[in-house]
Design a protein around this ligand. Structure first.
Ligand code: HEM
Length: 410
C-alpha cells in the first residue's frame, strides 16, 4: 500500500494571485511528487493524476453528497460556529449535483431526455440565431471586449430561450450567479458566504414568481419539464427551486469561460487560429482542446462515503477529495505533449465535464454552444487579434475565467 503525498502547504498557494494567473507549473511540480496529496490540516485529498481521478469518479464508495464530509458543514459543531455557512450550504443542498443514489436519479432523471445529444442538436438554429444576433450588433472593425460583448451574454441568452426567461432578468441572473459560484470554492470569506446566501434568497424569490407565471401560461419550454416534475410529486417545492437555481449557474458562467478561454488560446497560438480558418471541420475537436487546456472549472469535489483505495492509496470514509482538473487534463502520463494547444488532437479524454453519474448534464449543450460560437466568430471577422492584456479573474479559486479579453477585429 502506498500513501498520499503530504507536506505541501496548499492554502497560501491556492489563493496566491500568481497561481491564479497561471496555476500550471506548480500543479505539474506537485503532480510529479505523486498523483494524490493529503492536506493533513483539512483532511482534503487533492487528486492530480489522470488515472487517479478516473478511479475516483468511478468508485462506488465515493459520491458527491457533502453531508458525508466529516466534520463538514452538516455537523452540529459547524452549525454553532458558522450559522451563515450552515444556512448557505444547507440551502443549496437539495439539488442533483449534491445528492447520490436514488435521489440523484430522481432529480437528474426529469431532465435527462431534454439534454440528450439528439435533443440538443435540434437547438442548433436557435443557438446560431442568438450568436449571430449578438455579433451583428458589433462593429465590422475596431476594438471590443469579447467577454462583455459576446462570451458573457451568449450563454445567458441561450439559457433564457431554453427556459423562457425574460431578457430583462439577465443582469440579475448574472449577479446572482457571480455570488453563488463562490459556493464551489474551498476558500470563501464570511462576507462572500453572506452575499451568496442573499443571492440564493433573491434568486429563489424570483423563481417562485416566474414558475407560477409559467405554470399559469401553460409553458412549453424546458421549464415545463421541472414544473411537471413538481406537479407529479417527483420534486418538492424547495428541490424545484434549488435545481432551477443550479441550472442557471451551471449553464451560464461555465460556457462564458469556454468561449473566452478558448478564444484567448487561439489568439496566443495564431497558427492554430489559421488551422481552424482553413479547415472548419477542426472546430468541434478544437472546442474539446480548449476544454482540456483551460478547463474553466479547476476543482471537482467528491466525498468518500466508505473507506476506499485509489491507486493503492487508502482514503478513509468521510474524506473530501478535490480533483485538480488543470493537473489531471495535462497529465503527461495520459496526454502527448500536454502543454501544447493542438486543435487537431485526436484522443482527448479530458475531465472538464467531470465523470461517472454526475458527468455534466449540459455537456451536449455546452459543446453545441462552443461549436456555434467559434464558427460564428470566425465567420464574422477575417481577422481577430489581441488588443491589450487579457485579465484573468483572481477573485475566485474554482471558476478560472477572464474578466476582460480586448480584441481588435477587422
Ligand atoms: C463549458 C461548459 C460547462 C462545463 C465546463 C461544465 C462542467 C460541469 C462539471 C465539472 C460538473 C460536475 C461533474 C462531476 O461532478 O463529475 C457539471 C455538472 C452539471 N452541469 Fe455542467 N458544465 C458546463 C455547462 C453546462 C450547461 C450548459 C448546463 C445546463 C444548461 C450544465 C448543467 C449541469 C448540471 C445540471 C450538472 C449536475 C449533473 C449531476 O450532478 O448529475 N452544465 N458540469
Amino acid at each position: 500500500m502506498t500513501q498520499a503525498v503530504t507536506g505541501h502547504d496548499w492554502w497560501p498557494m491556492l489563493t496566491d494571485p500568481g497561481f491564479l494567473e497561471n496555476p500550471y507549473p506548480q500543479l505539474r511540480r506537485l503532480q510529479e511528487q505523486g498523483p494524490i496529496h493529503l492536506d493533513a490540516q483539512s483532511g482534503i485529498y487533492f487528486v492530480l493524476g489522470h488515472e487517479a481521478f478516473a478511479q475516483v469518479v468511478k468508485a462506488p464508495q465515493i459520491g458527491r453528497d457533502t453531508r458525508y464530509w466529516t466534520p463538514g458543514w452538516n455537523s452540529d459543531e459547524y452549525r454553532e460556529r458558522d450559522p451563515v455557512g450552515h444556512a448557505l450550504y444547507s440551502g443549496i443542498q437539495p439539488q442533483m449535483i449534491n445528492v447520490d443514489g436514488a435521489d440523484h436519479k430522481r432529480m437528474r432523471g426529469m431532465w435527462e431526455d431534454s439534454f440528450k445529444a439528439t435533443a440538443i442538436r435540434d437547438l442548433t438554429p436557435m443557438v446560431q440565431a442568438e450568436a449571430d444576433r449578438l455579433l451583428s450588433r458589433l462593429p465590422d472593425t475596431g476594438e471590443i471586449d469579447i467577454i462583455r460583448d459576446f462570451a458573457g451574454p451568449m450563454p445567458l441568452r441561450v439559457l433564457g430561450k431554453l427556459l423562457n426567461l425574460p431578457e430583462s432578468q439577465d443582469e440579475n441572473i448574472h449577479r446572482w450567479s457571480e455570488a453563488l459560484i463562490r459556493v464551489a470554492d474551498v476558500v470563501i470569506s464570511q462576507e462572500e458566504k453572506q452575499q451568496a446566501l442573499d443571492a440564493l434568497t433573491a434568486c429563489k424569490d424570483f423563481l417562485r414568481g416566474f414558475l407560477a407565471e409559467r405554470r399559469a401560461a401553460g409553458d412549453t419550454s424546458l421549464t415545463s419539464v421541472i414544473l411537471r416534475a413538481q406537479d407529479e410529486g417527483v420534486l418538492d417545492e424547495d428541490e424545484t427551486l434549488v435545481n432551477m437555481v443550479s441550472m442557471l449557474i451551471a449553464g451560464h458562467e461555465t460556457t462564458v469561460t469556454l468561449i473566452g478561454n478558448g478564444l484567448l488560446l487561439l489568439l496566443q497560438n495564431p497558427g492554430e487560429m489559421e488551422r481552424l480558418r482553413a479547415d472548419r471541420s477542426l472546430v468541434r475537436g478544437a472546442v474539446e482542446e480548449f476544454l482540456r487546456y483551460e478547463p474553466g472549472g479547476n476543482m471537482i469535489l467528491r466525498v468518500a462515503r466508505e473507506d476506499v483505495e485509489i491507486c493503492g492509496i487508502p482514503i478513509p470514509a468521510g474524506s473530501p477529495l478535490l480533483g485538480m482538473i488543470g493537473a489531471v487534463n495535462r497529465d503527461p502520463a495520459r496526454f502527448d505533449d500536454p502543454d501544447r494547444v493542438d486543435v487537431g488532437r485526436v484522443a482527448n479524454p479530458h475531465f472538464t465535464f467531470g465523470g461517472g453519474v454526475h458527468f455534466c448534464l449540459g455537456a451536449p449543450l455546452a459543446r453545441l454552444e462552443g461549436l456555434v460560437a467559434f464558427n460564428a466568430l470566425l465567420d464574422r471577422w477575417p481577422s481577430i487579434t489581441l488588443a491589450g492584456k487579457a485579465r484573468w479573474r483572481v477573485d475566485r479559486l474554482n471558476a478560472r475565467g477572464l474578466a476582460t479579453l480586448p480584441v481588435r477585429v477587422g
